[in-house]
Design a protein. Structure first.
Length: 273
C-alpha cells in the first residue's frame, strides 16, 4: 500500500479510491448537509457532514482491511467480548462500530471534541443499533485538564487540539480531561485485556502522558498513531517503554503523504504472546 501511494500519480489514486468507495459503500441523504454512508463489508453505517465520496475511502480502508498499516487491531493487540475500549479521536465512529460489530469489545467510549461530529456519532450509534454500547464524550483528551482550544478549520477528519490557545484564538474552546482523571472519577480501570486507541492529530504523546498512572499500574493495550510529527514514533516508543517495561511493541507502515515518511502506527501489549 505504501508503494502504491508513492508510485501512482495522484489522479490515478483518486480514481481508484472513488472506485473502491462505490464498490463498498452506499450513500443516502440523512438530513440537510448530512450523508449516511453504509459500509457493506463491515455491516455498519456512519454519518458525514459533507458530500460523501471517494475521499472517504482512506478511513474506510483502514478499518476494512487488516493489511492496512493504520488498522488498529492486528497482533499483538488481542481483544474480545469482555474488553473495554477508549477511542480517543473517534471522528465518525467507524473504528468503534467495527470493533463492536466484530465482537472485539463489550463497550466503547468515544472521545470526540468536535461538537458537531460528537452529535453525529451519537446518531450513528443509534442507527447501528449500538447506542447502549457506545458512549460519546464531547471532550478533548490530553495532559492539560480544564479547557483547550480546538481548531475546526482543518476539516471534520483532521481537527486539532491546541493545549494553550492564545487570547486571539479563532477556533472553539472545549473542556479537556486526562485519561487518569476520567477513569478515577468513574471508579474504572483500563486493564490488560482493554485498549487505549489514540488518533489525536499530533497530541498523541500528550494523551498518553495524561494516562501515565493507568499505563504504569494496569498496562492496557495501546494503539497510537505516530505519523503526525517527525519524531513521534521514537519519542512515543521510548516513553512507553520507560513507563511500562512489560510491553511488547509493533511499529507499522510508513506515511508517504507527509513531508518525510513516518511510521504510521505503534501498538503495545503486555498480554502473553
Amino acid at each position: 500500500m505504501g508503494l502504491r501511494a508513492l508510485l501512482l500519480p495522484q489522479r490515478v489514486r483518486h480514481r481508484l479510491d472513488a472506485r473502491h468507495f462505490r464498490e463498498a459503500c452506499t450513500v443516502s441523504r440523512h438530513a440537510e448537509g448530512i450523508d449516511r454512508v453504509e459500509v457493506r463489508p463491515l455491516d455498519v453505517s456512519f454519518l458525514w457532514p459533507a458530500p460523501a465520496n471517494g475521499h472517504l475511502w482512506h478511513p474506510i480502508e483502514q478499518e476494512a482491511l487488516g493489511s492496512n498499516p493504520h488498522h488498529y487491531t492486528t497482533p499483538p493487540i488481542r481483544l474480545g467480548p469482555e474488553s473495554m475500549i477508549l477511542d480517543v479521536g473517534a471522528c465518525e465512529g467507524l473504528f468503534a462500530f467495527r470493533a463492536l460489530r466484530q465482537g472485539l469489545a463489550r463497550r466503547v467510549t468515544c472521545f470526540e471534541p468536535f461538537p458537531s461530529m460528537a452529535g453525529l456519532l451519537r446518531e450513528a450509534a443509534a442507527l447501528n443499533g449500538l447506542a447502549n454500547r457506545v458512549e460519546v464524550e464531547a471532550l478533548a483528551v490530553c495532559n492539560h485538564p480544564g479547557e483547550v482550544g480546538f481548531r475546526t478549520d482543518l476539516g471534520s477528519d483532521s481537527s486539532q487540539v491546541i493545549p494553550n490557545p492564545p487570547a486571539a484564538f479563532k477556533g472553539v474552546r472545549v473542556r479537556s480531561v486526562r485519561i487518569d482523571d476520567w477513569l478515577a472519577a468513574r471508579g474504572q480501570r483500563l486493564l490488560r485485556k482493554d485498549l487505549l486507541k489514540i488518533d489525536a492529530e499530533g497530541a498523541d504523546l500528550d494523551v498518553l502522558q495524561g494516562a501515565e498512572r493507568t499505563l504504569r499500574e494496569d498496562a492496557p493495550q495501546v494503539a497510537v498513531t505516530t505519523y503526525h510529527e517527525d519524531d513521534h514514533a521514537h519519542r512515543i516508543h521510548a516513553w512507553l517503554q520507560s513507563v511500562q517495561p512489560t510491553y511488547r511493541f509493533r511499529l507499522k507502515g510508513f506515511s508517504f503523504w507527509t513531508p518525510r515518511p513516518r511510521p504510521v502506527l505503534l501498538q503495545a501489549s503486555a498480554l502473553e504472546a
